[in-house]
Design a protein around this ligand. Structure first.
Ligand SMILES: N[C@@H](CCC(=O)N[C@@H](CS)C(=O)NCC(=O)O)C(=O)O
Length: 195
């Protein structure tokens, strides 16, 4: 047995989600920085851990690898308050986790990547993609209007997953000022995560 190793790129919200959960749960780990822009997730050693060649990946204390940010968070947070004990609330948390991966991350995070790292002008971003991302932010604002956290009354993995790229949305040219509930929620989650 050795200390858990998290292979991640610090520019990636998906990787930061895993780091934040490990920190919140005081789980010892070694962070191994992988520069995806330099192809470090495509080396034979990396592909042996995750044949899909993406970060984050963790090597658990017993050496077993695990990929997919939300799967990793779920594994680390098993049995903790970050996963609601009520079956319906837990299913609602999964609802948001699946939505985050299928609708939010492929739009909000992809626009940010194009603008911030591929240096594309916001005006040149596909307006359909940009509109889908903005619709996600509006969906979140609607949901948060009368809520403190995404599910129930306390922080869950749904908040951790969704805050990662939402707090970075301005990097992609999104103005969050029309979304006051969203902005307050970002502040609450950041303070819960010690960011
Ligand atoms: N669904 C995956 C997405 C992982 C992902 O897209 N990773 C990106 C960084 S955010 C990556 O490794 N990109 C490099 C590549 O695909 O070569 C997760 O949540 O972990």
């Amino acid at each position: 047995m050795s200390v858990m190793r998290i292979f991640g790129d610090s520019i990636s919200g998906n990787c930061l989600k895993v780091k934040w959960v490990a920190n919140l749960l005081n789980r010892p780990y070694e962070w191994v920085e992988i520069d995806i822009m330099q192809g470090q997730s495509r080396t034979p050693e990396f592909l042996a851990m995750n044949p899909w060649g993406q970060v984050p990946v963790v090597l658990l204390e017993d050496g077993r690898p695990l990929a997919q940010s939300n799967a990793i968070m779920l594994h680390l947070a098993e049995g903790t308050d970050l996963i609601p004990s009520d079956a319906y609330d837990r299913a609602k948390m999964f609802e948001w986790l699946f939505w985050e991966q299928y609708s939010h991350e492929p739009t909000v995070a992809v626009v940010r990547f194009k603008v911030k790292y591929q240096k594309m002008a916001v005006a040149d971003v596909d307006p359909v993609l940009f509109g889908k991302a903005r619709a996600c932010l509006e969906r979140m604002e609607d949901h948060l209007t009368d809520r403190t956290f995404f599910v129930g009354d306390s922080l869950s993995l749904a908040d951790v997953a969704l805050v990662a790229y939402t707090r970075m949305a301005p990097d992609g040219g999104f103005d969050l000022s029309p979304y006051p509930a969203l902005l307050s929620w970002i502040g609450r989650v950041e303070s819960a995560l010690g960011l």
